[in-house]
Structure formats: C-alpha cells, structure tokens
Design a protein. Structure first.
Length: 316
C-alpha cells in the first residue's frame, strides 16, 4: 500500500484526531470550547464573589441587636454607678477625716477633763476632810431627814449688832433649825455669854453611841481667834413627858481639832428621841459662844455589845 506523502513536521502542529474532523465541523467545536470556558469563568467569579462576601459583616438579627443594646446600657450603668461610688467614697473619706479630727479634739479635751477631774477629786477629798464627811457615821441630827430644834429647851440666839463682824453679815444659825452641815465662817448659831444649850429632836428614836462637834479652823476665822468655840459641855439623852434627862457624858472640845467625835460615857440599852448639848464654858469670849455643826450618831437597832454604863447620871 502506497505511503501518503506528508511533511514530517505536520505531525507536531496538529492533533492526531484533527485529521479525522471534517473541516466544516471545526467552527462549532471552537464555540463549545469557548462556551465551556465562559461557564468555568463564571463559576470562578461567583466563587470569588462568595468568598469576598463571606468577609463582609452581616447585620445581626433583632434579638442580637437588643442584647447588644442591653449590654451597652448595662456597661454605661456600671460606669455611672462606679463613678458615683467613687465620688461617695471621696466624700465619705473627707467626712471620716473631719470626724477623726473632731475625735482627736475630743480625746484631748477628755484628757484635760480627766486631769481636771483628778484635781477636783483631790479638792473634793480635802473639802470632805474639812467638812468631816470622812467620819462615815449616820447623822440623826440632820434637818433633811426630819430633825428639828426644841424651842423650849434651847437658849436664845445672840443678836447683838457687833456680832456681825465675826460672821460677816451671813445669816445666823437660828434655833428653828438643826446645825447646818455647811460649816463656813458665820454659818453658826450663837448664844449670849459662855453658857447655853441646844436641844435637838432627832429624826427617829436611836440607840445613841457618839456625838460630833465641828468648828471652823483658826486660819479662816474672821476674828483670827477661836475664843468663841465651846469648851466644856455635857450631853443628855431626852425622852418622855415631862422631859426625862439621862446623862450620857461630859467632855471638852479642843478648838485646834476642828472635828472631834466623842464616844458617850453612858450608853443605856434604850432609845432616845432627843439630845441636849449643854455648854458650860467657852475659850475666852465673854459676849457669846458659836456653835457650828452638831452630829448625833447611833443605830436604830440595839448594839450587841454595850460599854460600861454609869449607874448614877451626872448633871450640872
């Protein structure tokens, strides 16, 4: 079979099957190829569009928007609350500092008052010693608990004008009231001469044990002397009608000791409703005698132990 004559180089220029395709069918084949190419390009463009579109933020749904709004409002509220809290903290910090300053001032004042109170306590202690409160015995001759003066059994009050120089125009302790606990210059009861007596009706019937006399010290005496102080005196217990007098003791007051407590020499096992203090002399003043506070001590119940009793009462 004879060989077809062709150029050896033509086998490389065309595909092997081209020789079998008719010449008139070649344009249609090119159209199909181009159409497929366009389709693939469209798919690629669509994929590229979808890829690019996937990176664009999509609008959230309504519920998500509401959640975002709530979170935002909550954050704003938290920020506002935090700011208000910080302002309150600063305000209260200032108040605390002010209060601390006031507290320090109060502590300083309290310390000063404590120091003053110590001085006042010492002063009160001295005053109590002067007034005789350290005796610590009940006083049944106090007006405040019902004691009074028996007018009929008490000497008249000394009312001479010259006596004012001795007690600085302060009211006299008249016999309408019992001895005054306020022992100050001039606050005394005075009777004429060096002999007199005062009878005190007690607040209640008492088993008598002691009697205390008190006088001002010489350092605060307006006359500079203690010659008006009582010296020798006798104590009687009184009870019944007519007045029964029972001798309880005879004593002497030393004016150098402004407070003196005398234990009764005779303590009968009976109660008395009144006490008479009968003064028979003073320390030198011929015109009058001053009697300051008189205290009567005892108990409302019978003491267990009784001292030796004098069987014969002594009278002036």
């Amino acid at each position: 079979m004879p060989r077809s004559s062709r150029n050896p180089g033509d086998s490389c220029d065309q595909p092997e099957n081209v020789a079998h395709v008719p010449r008139e069918a070649r344009p249609r084949r090119y159209k199909l190829f181009i159409h497929k190419l366009i389709e693939k390009a469209g798919v690629l463009i669509l994929c590229a569009f979808v890829f690019v579109a996937s990176f664009q933020p999509t609008p959230p749904p309504l519920t998500l928007q509401l959640c975002f709004l709530k979170q935002r409002n909550l954050l704003l509220l938290l920020k506002y609350t935090n700011r208000m809290y910080q302002e309150k903290v600063r305000h209260h910090t200032g108040e605390i500092q002010d209060l601390r300053g006031h507290l320090n001032q109060l502590i300083t004042k309290l310390q000063e008052m404590e120091a003053m109170s110590d001085e006042q306590k010492m002063t009160q202690k001295i005053i109590k010693m002067i007034q005789g409160d350290y005796i610590e015995k009940p006083d049944f001759a106090l007006k405040s608990i019902g004691a009074s003066i028996d007018f009929e059994q008490t000497s008249a009050t000394y009312n001479h004008d010259k006596a004012c120089s001795y007690w600085n125009w302060i009211r006299l302790w008249n016999y309408a009231q019992p001895p005054d606990p306020n022992v100050t210059p001039g606050n005394c009861w005075a009777f004429s001469g060096d002999r007199g007596q005062v009878t005190i009706r007690l607040a209640q019937k008492v088993y008598l044990s002691n009697l205390t006399l008190q006088h001002i010290p010489k350092t605060i005496s307006l006359s500079g002397s203690l010659d008006t102080a009582p010296k020798d005196f006798v104590i009687y217990g009184m009870e019944g009608s007519p007045k029964e007098e029972v001798f309880l003791g005879a004593f002497q007051f030393q004016p150098e000791n402004i407070i003196q407590t005398f234990q009764l020499q005779n303590q009968p096992p009976r109660t008395f409703g009144a006490v008479k203090v009968k003064i028979s002399s003073n320390w030198g003043n011929p015109r009058f005698t001053c009697l300051y506070r008189v205290r009567v001590h005892g108990s409302v119940t019978l003491p267990r132990e009784q001292p030796n009793q004098s069987p014969h009462p002594k009278r002036d």
